[in-house]
Structure formats: structure tokens, C-alpha cells
Design a protein around this ligand. Structure first.
Ligand code: SF4
Length: 444
């Protein structure tokens, strides 16, 4: 049964006259705007859906189309909220987040060299020490350690604190909530947190290493209202994946987790990252092949970012040749695979050959991040804090961040991969500092 919904934007006064009928039919989103709204508003709305229509839906839920796991199904109320954020930002200059990522824990069974949660640790000479597990305990037969060695004095956000962060994020306009870690499935209250989120306001997804995602947990997550699960896969080669994760058996766990999530009726993504070496070896094509065999909906490819444990390792940055190759390979795969699994790359999001004019750097623009201890950062890769949600309301932090001389403007390319940004905002962080580092101290 095709879904149809009327989109109205009455909570934003200048958009009060804009109304549209949005319907999913025949593989396309059909949009009809009512006369009376200014031309620019109607044109931008059509542009947004024109962009979505350039992508084939990967799934259909209750008649609504899923174009990407990161975009709430069209039409839906959560999708309308994302569209409203887009219109507010683009047309009215009112920064409004579409999405939030929240690290619900920094504990993890894996010990990845590229872990961004390691940004909670000291950098510079102290990195090697911080990479060692700070705490160890046995859970389900696997070692669990806390990544952020320097923050052990403060407890992670409690269930109640996380609920407040989520509520404040939704009040800011967010239409997509993503739980990350560490490993989010280590939190016993994860289902409770998910169930507490109004599905009309936002879709919820998690990123997981898959080790704890069995049939029972997948069913509980689905029951709680989870929209999608992204399982991390670092390499299509089982032995290399296990080695990169520092935990034997993780490749087999990914396979099992994907199957469990699928059987539970969840949307499923594989999440990976590109390095110069993996691009050269066309590993993405092999991962896409696995994704097809495993009936996965989307493959997300992040650029390797010098952050966390790699903060000092600029040599790991993708070269422009790798970016170009990755763009070509992803485009070719999307053509060959017919749109499912969809291959989404950060390179495409941040490149002028992709959709940088439309999306670009998400940090304090379309999205923000809250770490396991409540520090609000531009994204989970940028080790700079704009305040702690335990101490300040999120809307105040958002206002400060989006009027900051740097984050108050849109950037098309990834800041964390930019030489001038790193010179100004990363290299100036004192070498013995605990991360994330307060932005105010760099601005002073
Ligand atoms: S700096 Fe911007 S583009 Fe780079 S990882 Fe963070 S949000 Fe993404």
C-alpha cells in the first residue's frame, strides 16, 4: 500500500505557508506543493526530493521508501523533520541538526588501531599507554576494556542522563538518532533507551562490532523500535578483519550478527573504512560482494581519519588519488548492483564530484556528537569539546557551536582531513592534554 503524508512546517514561522503532499509510489517520491508558499521554498523542497529520487530505494517499510539508512523513510514524520532542518538551514540560515550520534559507552571487546573513541585518551607520547586496556573484565568470554583511559574519574552518562540528551536533541530538531560506542550492545539499558524514543520524531540506529548481536538481542532491539543496525567490517578477509579488531572470531560474529538482524526484520548495513592500501586493493568491491551475498541494505565507507589512536598519524590520510579511485569504484558498484546494497562513501559526501554542495562536512552543521561522558563535539572524529551536557543545556551548546567563527560556516570538505584545519585546531592542542579538548582554550 503506497504511503502518502502531508508535510507542513508550522513550527517554523517563515515556512508556515509551505505544505506538500509527499507520496511513495512506483519507486519514486511524488511531491505536490500547494500554491501560496513562496517559490524558493517550493523549489527547494522539490530539489530535496529530486535528490532522493536520484537514488533507488533500498527498502520499503509500511509503504514508505528507505533511500539510505541515514535518512528516515519517505514519507514519515521523522523524514518531515529532516526536511524541515534542511529548509531552515539552507533557506533561512537557521542551523538545525538532522542527526545526532551518541556514544553510550566507551567500553569495547575489540582493540582496533583506528578506534575513534580512543580520542578520549591522551595523545602524543602517551598514546601507546592509553591503547593498552585500562580496565579488563570478562563478559561473554570476551575481554572488555575502556578506551578512554583519561576519563575514568567520571562515570559514563546514566540512563536518565542519556534520556535527557536524547530529549534535548529531539527538541533541537533531530530526526535520526545513532548510538555508537565503544560497543553500544554492552549497555544493558540500550533497548530501554531505544524504546523511549518517539518513532514519529526520529529513527534510531546503532553501530556495532556484532559480537553480542544474536537472535535474541536482535529481536529485542527490533521490538524496542530500532530502525537499522550497522555492523563494522574492516576487511573482507576474515583473518585480516580479526587482526585489525584485535579480537579473534569477530569476522564470524559479523556474519552471524547480520543474519540475526535480518531475521529479526531490521534494516542492515555494513560499515567499513577506506585506507590507501584498501583502495588500491579494491577491497570495497569484495565487501560489496559479501554485502550482496548476506542480503545487506547499505555499505557505508568512511575515510580513515587521523583521530583517536591515529591522531598523530597524518600519513594515514587518503591521498587525492585514493579519493578519486574510491568515488569511481563506488559509482561503478552502485550501477552494477542496481542500487542494493547501496554503497555510500564519505568521499562522495565531501567531494565536489559528489554532493559536497548539498551535504559536505556534517559537524555542527547537519549533525553533532555526544561522547560517553557527555562532552558535545562536532563529530565523533573531532577531539574538541564545546561543553558537557551534564553542565549546560544542549541548545546553548548548539547555539555557541553554530555561531563559532569556524563551525558557524559550512565547509564542503572534511575538516579533520584538511591541513589548515589540523594546523589551527588539532596541532595546537597541548600534547599532554586529555581529549576532547575544550575549544574555548584554543580560541582564547
Ligand atoms: S570533520 Fe566533518 S566530514 Fe570530517 S569526519 Fe567530522 S563531520 Fe565528517
Amino acid at each position: 500500500m503506497p504511503a502518502q503524508q502531508t508535510y507542513a512546517f508550522t513550527s517554523t514561522a517563515p515556512l508556515a505557508r509551505l505544505r506538500a503532499s509527499v507520496a511513495a509510489r512506483g519507486g519514486h517520491v511524488r511531491v505536490r506543493t500547494a500554491a501560496g508558499a513562496p517559490f524558493a521554498q517550493r523549489a527547494l523542497l522539490h530539489l530535496f526530493f529530486g535528490f532522493l529520487n536520484g537514488i533507488r530505494p533500498i527498502a520499503c517499510i509500511d509503504g514508505s521508501y528507505v533511500h539510505s539508512l541515514y535518512v528516515p523513510p519517505t514519507p514519515s514524520t521523522a523524514n518531515r523533520r529532516v526536511v524541515e532542518a534542511f529548509l531552515r538551514r539552507t533557506l533561512l540560515g537557521m542551523p538545525t541538526p538532522m542527526a545526532v550520534t551518541i556514544a553510550v559507552t566507551d567500553s569495547c571487546q575489540c582493540s582496533c588501531g583506528h578506534c575513534s573513541a580512543g580520542s578520549g585518551a591522551m595523545h602524543g607520547r602517551a598514546t601507546a599507554r592509553a591503547v593498552q586496556p585500562a580496565f579488563r573484565r570478562r563478559t561473554g568470554g570476551a575481554d572488555v576494556h575502556r578506551v578512554a583511559a583519561t576519563q575514568v574519574q567520571r562515570p559514563p552518562l546514566s540512563t536518565e542522563e542519556l534520556r535527557r540528551v536524547i530529549a534535548e536533541s529531539l527538541d533541537l530538531g533531530v530526526g535520526s538518532v545513532t548510538f555508537t560506542g565503544g560497543e553500544p550492545l554492552l549497555r544493558a539499558d540500550l533497548e530501554k533507551l531505544i524504546a523511549g524514543i518517539d518513532r514519529e520524531r526520529a529513527t534510531v540506529q546503532i553501530f556495532t562490532n556484532g559480537l553480542l548481536l544474536d537472535a535474541r538481542r536482535a529481536a529485542a532491539l527490533k521490538e524496542a523500535g530500532l530502525h537499522a543496525v550497522h555492523v563494522s567490517l574492516d576487511s573482507p578477509d576474515p583473518r585480516r578483519h580479526d587482526a585489525l579488531r584485535g579480537a579473534p572470531g569477530t569476522f564470524a560474529a559479523v556474519r552471524r550478527a547480520v543474519a540475526a538482524a535480518r531475521s529479526a526484520g531490521l534494516l542492515v548495513g555494513l560499515s567499513t573504512y577506506a585506507t590507501n592500501r584498501s583502495v588500491e586493493r579494491h577491497e570495497l568491491s569484495r565487501i560489496a560482494r559479501l554485502a550482496m551475498d548476506w542480503d545487506v541494505d547499505e555499505v557505508s565507507v568512511f575515510d580513515v581519519i587521523p583521530t583517536g589512536r591515529l591522531l598523530e598519524s597524518r600519513s594515514s590520510l587518503l591521498t587525492s588519488l585514493s579519493h578519486r579511485r574510491l568515488l569511481r569504484e563506488a559509482a561503478c558498484l552502485n550501477r552494477r548492483l542496481g542500487g542494493r546494497p547501496r554503497v555510500t562513501t564519505q568521499t562522495w559526501t565531501n567531494s565536489s564530484r559528489g554532493v559536497a554542495w548539498f551535504i559536505g562536512c556534517l559537524a555542527w552543521n547537519w549533525q553533532f556528537h555526544v561522547n560517553a561522558y557527555g562532552e558535545a563535539t562536532p563529530c565523533d572524529f573531532t577531539p574538541l569539546t564545546f561543553g558537557n551536557v551534564r553542565e549546560r543545556p544542549l541548545d546553548e551548546i548548539w547555539r555557541d557551536a553554530t555561531t563559532h567563527p569556524e563551525w558557524g560556516r559550512r565547509r564542503r570538505a572534511c575538516r579533520m582531513q584538511s591541513a589548515w584545519f589540523r594546523e589551527r585546531y588539532i596541532d595546537t592542542i597541548p600534547r599532554d592534554a586529555s581529549l576532547p579538548y575544550p575549544i574555548g582554550r584554543l580560541d582564547a
